[in-house]
Each structure stands twice: as C-alpha cells, then as structure tokens.
Write a protein that binds this ligand. Structure first.
Ligand code: G6P
Length: 614
C-alpha cells in the first residue's frame, strides 16, 4: 500500500529511485512521483497519474539531476489518483518534500489549524497536511529538519512511513515509521530507503529494519542516527539481507504471478527444508518444540488473517482440530479487532500474513497480546512487523511474492499449518503414529506432484479460453477443499474482474443454486476423499440445472468425470494435503482467464499487495 524509496549518496539518484519504484510498484500503482535536490540546491518535484512508466516519460527533458532524492508509488486513500494528489508533496514554501505510506487520522483537524495559520493546500491528501505540519513546527520552534520531524510526529495520529528532504540541504534525508514498514540500506558512502528490501538489495545487503515509532537521520558521511518518539537514542542494528536479486525478477516469465505459480515446487521445498526429515519421516519445528507447553495447555487456538492468508487459516482450523484436538476459532482480522472478542491468557493466537505488514492483522495481534495470549506467527517476509511482534512462529520461506494475487504464499502457509498440526499432534499424542508417518511421507512427495499439475498448464489454458465470456463463476468445495473453493473464487475475481463466489458445496442449495443456468460456470473441487459421494450428488444437482462444470478431480476419477464438462486431474494424496494440489489448477485457471481477457494480472485495478491501512 504505497511504496517509498529514497537515496542519498554519490551517484545520480533518479535511476536508482525509478528502479526502486518499479520494484515497489506491487504496493500501489495509481500514481507516482519523485523529488530531487540538484547541485544548485533546488528541490524539484515531478509527479503524475498512472504507473511508474508514465513518470519516467513525464520526466524526459526535465532536470532530474541530484544525488539525493525520494520517490513514491501510490495506492490512493485520501483523494482520487491524479497528478496533484500524487506524492511527493511540497510544503507551503516548497522548501520541503515528503513521501508517505500510511494514513494520518487527524489530518482534518490539523488542516483546519494550519488554514487558520494562513497555510493553503493544493491536494486533498493527508500527506500534504503532514508536510505542512513539519514546516509549521520547524518555523515556529526554529528547528532543523530532524528536530522538526520529531516534533511534528507528536502532533499526528495514524500510521506512516515517511521520507523527507529539504531545499538547500543536500546532506540530510530524514525518515520515520509508525505502523508502515521502512528499511534503510547502508552502502559505501551511500544510503537507501525502502518500504522493503527490493529497491535496496541490488546495491547493498546491509540493512537496518527501522522499528515502530522510530525516526532516522541519514546524513552524508555520518553514521545513521535513530531515536524513538520518547526521544531515546536507539542503537542501529545492521542485518544482512538474504534476498537474492533473481528472486525479485521475472526470470523469463511474462508475469510475476505465473513465475510464482511455477515456483511452488521450489518454494514448498524451501518451506520444508530443515523441518521435514526425509530419513526419519519426522517434522522438526523449533517454534513448536520450544513452546510445546503453551500448546499443551492451550484452551483454544485463534487464527486471524486477511484475504488469501485467511483462506489458509480456514484450512488450519480443519488441521488443528483433526490432528491436535484443540478447538480453533478463525476470523478475518478486521472483524476480530473491533468485535471485543473474548481472549484468554491461555489462548494461542496465530496471525497469518504473507507481507507481515497487514494493518488489521497487526492490530488483531496487538489486541490478543494485551489480553495475555501467546502469539505464534506465520509470515513470509523476514523481519516484518508481524514477524517481529510475535512470541514465536514459523516463516513460510516462500521467497518474495510480487504478483498481487497470492499463490506460492498460500501453498506455503498451508504447508506450515500442516507441519505445525503434525508436530503438535505428535507431541500431544493426538495423532496416530502410523497416520503421522504416512502424511509426512506424502508431504515430501507434494512438490513433485505439483510439477505434474503444472505440466497441465496448456490444457488449463485451453479450458480457460472457453469461459472468458462468463460474468459470474461459482466455486464449490467440501471439507478441506471448501477454503480452496473460496481461494479459487478470490483469485479469479482479483485478476479477471469476473464476479466469483466460493461456497461449501452442500450449502449451494440454500441460495446460489438459484443462479445456475446453462451460462453459469461452476468449478467443483472434488478430489476423491471421505465426502466424495456427497460431492458427486452436489455435482449432479448442478448438472440437473444445466450448469457448466469444471471439476478438479483425482487422477482416475470416474463419477464426477461422467457429469463434468471439463475435468482437471490432480495426483492422489492424503486428504489433509489435497488443498495444496487442488489450489494449483485454480491459480492457473484464473491466470489464463485474466490474461486471455487482456488484464494486468500482476497489478490488478484497485488492489495492492501489502495493505498497511485498515
Ligand atoms: C491483500 C493482498 C492479498 C493478501 C491480503 C493479506 O489483499 O492483495 O493477496 O492475501 O492482502 O495480506 P497478507 O500480507 O497479510 O497475507
């Protein structure tokens, strides 16, 4: 949700900033802008509606010189996406330029105060108010930029990651964060700023993850200085990035989404690496072993997440209840955080998040912590806010996910949940030994089974071409594959803009069946499991109403295949592992429907990858 990037060093800033914006574009892409301080001390701001490419075109022929600068790619919150509302924003005197990711909640009150002081505003944004507040306190209290930012932050309520530069002051870049992510890269005689490591990794692996409520002073030729909002000095902790540049490039694929779909055998391998013992057929999860008493005494497991991560969480409920006999309640984070939920100190909260920055999930986690619950996180991004705020947890190690529609993050989240359920179940004695070993053995085979499904991509592409006419899709599944139906529907609507609904197959009779006619495609997730006969009946019910059925079935299927218009086979596996396999054809189906319709699958309209506002 908005990407910010900054540079201060001895190179020209513009190309570095533009490259950084391209890498951060997944966070928002409705407008973009850059501010540069040139050698004469002039502060030039260029910004425009649309993607980073538009900004590059817009800047042609303009003075883009300067060795210090900041840049922004936006996902609009306050004010429509247009040139004026794009960041950076100048202050009244045009001496300051600010980029911001987040929301200033009290901006209206602050704006009124500033208008009374004679300030005028060009945009509808909260960010312009923010920069004016900084200028106001700077003048009023005669402060330098660092002092002014520190002071101004005591006035604003909300979330932010900011970068700010000042005319005639080419040696200073100030940044701060509360709620939204911020990383500083330390190179040789140069510094970088980024919402994540992707704009930085090409230049340096040495980074500082800026903590919440911290302000950073980056000064040419000096060490980075950090203080918190209580005015305490923080010793910067330099970490080494493990990220590789190739991980954030398309690697020959037309889209990041397709690359990430095809990466799943590898990402699952990384997720299981060192955790699944091939020889002993055992699961070894440090976070679980170290905290097994918490799980043993747990009254309940609460799972909270948003979007695709919530769908993974739904599968977690089936897993923990089946294998650990611990009651699980799961809720989307935006509801959980405001519902005044009952949370006990012997509850375990599992927040699940790819980015580790989702505002609602973070807030839900804070709420659970205040109530004494133990927090066990499942996150992809190492060092993210959620990862840092948990008591313990397991990283998914999917590698960077850049396509806005989540794919490999989902299957690795499910893999972590499976490993957790098996590890806890074994410790608690709630899973039968034989079953445990059978599932572990099968888990090891899952990456190669995914490869077999990926080989069917051309077949799935052909099926998808038949259905691009559709205005609505219905996805049905039961048991472990009900969340898969929800996820399949979400994938399709996110990137193709076709309305799609996921439903528990039997529940279809209570409403969606009214929609079925000969036009309506119905995707049925029907691998051969315990409830197979029941889902066969559901498929018959659809067929009787002339619906067009695309079925995901187990290799060698007979019953569903007789009735379905199209079948995509997946290899047989343990029931609890089927979601990993059945979700793959659904990812491919949505990808191909969207690309055949000419949609931008990596940057679908109105969406952003990392939702750092509630
Ligand atoms: C956004 C993304 C989704 C993601 C959701 C939760 O909506 O577009 O792909 O599932 O946020 O994000 P998280 O990073 O917390 O998993």
């Amino acid at each position: 949700m908005c990407g910010i990037v900054g540079y201060l060093g001895n190179k020209e800033a513009f190309p570095i900033l533009i490259k950084g914006l391209h890498r951060l574009e997944y966070r928002g892409y409705d407008s973009a802008g850059v501010a540069l301080l040139n050698a004469s001390g002039e502060l030039n701001v260029y910004k425009t509606k649309g993607k980073v490419k538009n900004l590059e075109d817009y800047c042609k022929g303009k003075d883009i010189s300067g060795t210090v600068g900041i840049a922004h790619t936006r996902w609009a919150t306050h004010g429509e996406p247009n040139d004026v509302n794009a960041h950076p924003h100048y202050s009244q005197s045009e001496n300051l330029a600010l980029i911001h990711n987040g929301i200033i909640e009290n901006y209206a009150t602050l704006k009124e105060l500033l208008i009374r002081e004679g300030y005028t505003f060009k945009s509808e944004t909260d960010t312009e108010v923010f920069v004016q507040v900084i200028e106001y306190v700077k003048k009023k209290f005669n402060l330098d930029l660092y002092g002014a930012v520190n002071r101004a932050l005591t006035y604003v309520i909300g979330a932010y990651a900011i970068g700010i530069i000042e005319k005639n002051n080419p040696n200073i870049l100030i940044a701060a964060r509360k709620g939204s992510p911020l990383i500083v890269g330390i190179g040789k005689d140069e510094f970088f700023l980024g919402s994540d490591a992707s704009p930085i990794v090409e230049f340096t692996k040495n980074v500082i993850y800026i903590g919440d409520e911290e302000v950073v002073k980056i000064e040419r030729g000096q060490q980075v200085v950090i203080n918190n909002l209580k005015d305490e000095i923080i010793t910067p902790e330099v970490s080494q990035l493990e990220l590789d540049l190739s991980e954030i490039e398309k690697g020959g694929f037309p889209h990041f989404m397709l690359k990430e779909i095809f990466e799943q055998p590898k990402s699952l391998g990384m997720c299981m690496n060192g955790r699944v013992s091939f020889d002993e057929l055992e699961i070894k999860l440090r976070g679980i072993t170290d905290n097994i008493d918490r799980f043993r005494k747990a009254r309940r497991i609460l799972i909270t997440a948003c979007g695709t991560s919530w769908h993974a969480g739904l599968i977690g409920k089936y897993l923990f209840e089946e294998f650990c006999h611990i009651p699980v309640s799961i809720e989307v984070a935006s509801e959980f955080r405001y519902r005044k939920p009952v949370i006990y100190s012997d509850d375990i909260l599992i927040p699940i998040s790819q980015s580790g920055e989702t505002a609602d999930t973070l807030a839900a986690m804070d709420l659970a912590r205040q109530n004494g619950a133990f927090i066990y996180g499942i996150c992809n991004v190492v060092g993210s806010s959620i990862a840092r705020g948990t008591d313990s947890g397991t990283y998914t190690h999917a590698g960077p996910e850049i396509g806005v529609a989540s794919t490999k993050a989902f299957t690795t989240q499910v893999t972590v949940l499976i490993m957790m359920a098996l590890a806890i179940g074994k410790e608690l004695g709630t899973i039968n030994h034989e079953k445990y070993h059978e599932i572990v053995k099968e888990l090891i085979n899952i990456p190669s089974k995914i490869k077999l499904i990926l080989d069917k991509a051309p077949e799935i592409e052909n099926i998808s071409k038949v259905f691009t006419y559709a205005k609505n899709f219905l996805y049905l599944g039961r048991g472990y594959n009900y969340p898969v139906a929800l996820e399949g529907a979400l994938k399709l609507k996110e990137i193709s803009y076709i309305h799609a609904e996921g439903y528990p197959a039997a529940e279809m009779k209570h409403g969606p069946i009214a929609l079925i006619d000969e036009e309506m495609p119905i995707v049925v997730v029907a691998p051969k499991l315990d409830l197979y006969d029941k889902i066969v009946s559901n498929v018959q019910e659809v067929k009787a109403r002339k619906g067009r059925i695309i079925a995901i079935v187990t290799e060698g299927d007979i019953e569903v295949s007789k009735v379905a218009d199209y079948c995509i086979e997946v290899p047989d596996t343990e029931e609890c592992l089927t979601p990993i396999l059945t979700s793959i054809p659904l990812q491919l189906l949505s990808y191909y429907v969207a690309t055949v319709k000419g949609k931008n699958v990596d940057q679908p309209r109105n969406l952003a990858k990392s939702v750092t506002v509630e």
